[in-house]
Design a protein. Structure first.
Length: 288
């Protein structure tokens, strides 16, 4: 069942796509880049779209909480007993965007009673919008075309075990853990792109078997939308130790809203086969 009305979904898609197309337009002009923290960047484009998305969703859903990446004050809403929270990243994959790459996105996720139930991910360069949720389905649309079911491609471990194990992993995690993982999984094949949401979509559409995230920087606006889509696709979403990923305050940093837990998102065959080996590899690095 759709967690929101068809009319509101249509308005959400229009807002998200409009903001995404603005990224391309604004990128053709001069913009500023700031470093919020070590290797954590924001641009004046992020900031402008953050304000637009915040206002748009506050108007659409006046009784819900709205948390956006660049509005630090909005983080307080996570603790204000809202039944529903909209978690918004105006430009996921900012570093890729700054470097002129294509794999960035606008992301919106709906968290209800601390569970991700719906998400929207728009890739402006490709003009592709992916959306849906648990008990709703997954859809893809381009430009003003009619939504179509998103092609889900489950990956079975047996089909790849003799040749390669395709794992999505970020550059920082690969730098730190890649060699140890390769010792545990000699046929591993690493893949990486910018946006967290687009990485998850690579798993959903069968380009990789699982996505491993370890560096502890990912926050609610990065995860709620993508994990809602992952759950709707039937993916396993767990920690490196096999525990459920939690979105409740006890599992989230109170100031930054970053996840305390590691994140593994993948097809069950892949997760069952490789999670213990990945856990061992990470443990070995930690013991050095």
């Amino acid at each position: 069942m759709n967690p929101i009305s068809l009319e509101l979904d249509h308005q959400i898609r229009a807002i998200v796509r409009h903001c995404g197309l603005q990224i391309i337009q604004m990128a053709s002009k001069k913009f500023e880049v700031f470093e919020k923290g070590p290797e954590d960047y924001v641009t004046t484009i992020d900031q402008a779209l953050d304000a637009q998305l915040s206002a748009g969703f506050s108007d659409l859903f006046p009784t819900d909480g709205v948390i956006t990446e660049e509005d630090i004050q909005s983080r307080q809403q996570f603790y204000q007993q809202y039944d529903r929270l909209w978690c918004i990243d105006p430009l996921d994959g900012t570093e890729d965007f700054i470097k002129g790459r294509s794999n960035y996105s606008v992301m919106v996720g709906l968290l209800e009673h601390y569970q991700p139930i719906a998400g929207w991910i728009y890739a402006p360069v490709y003009d592709q919008l992916y959306y849906g949720g648990v008990d709703w389905g997954l859809f893809q649309t381009s430009a003003d075309g009619a939504p179509m079911p998103l092609a889900i491609a489950p990956q079975r471990f047996s089909a790849f075990s003799a040749e390669s194990c395709r794992i999505m992993i970020g550059h920082r995690d690969q730098t730190r853990y890649g060699a140890a993982i390769a010792r545990q999984i000699p046929n591993v094949e690493f893949s990486s792109i910018g946006s967290f949401g687009l990485k998850v979509l690579e798993v959903i559409t069968g380009n990789v078997g699982l996505y491993l995230y370890l560096n502890g920087r990912v926050k609610l606006w990065d995860t709620v939308g993508p994990l809602a889509l992952a759950k709707a696709a039937g993916l396993t979403c767990c920690t490196l130790e096999g525990e459920p990923i939690r979105f409740s305050p006890d599992a989230i940093d109170p100031d930054t809203l970053a996840h305390h837990q590691s994140i593994v998102i993948g097809w069950s065959d892949y997760v069952d086969a490789f999670r213990p080996k990945l856990e061992l590899a990470v443990k070995q690095v930690g013991e050095k």
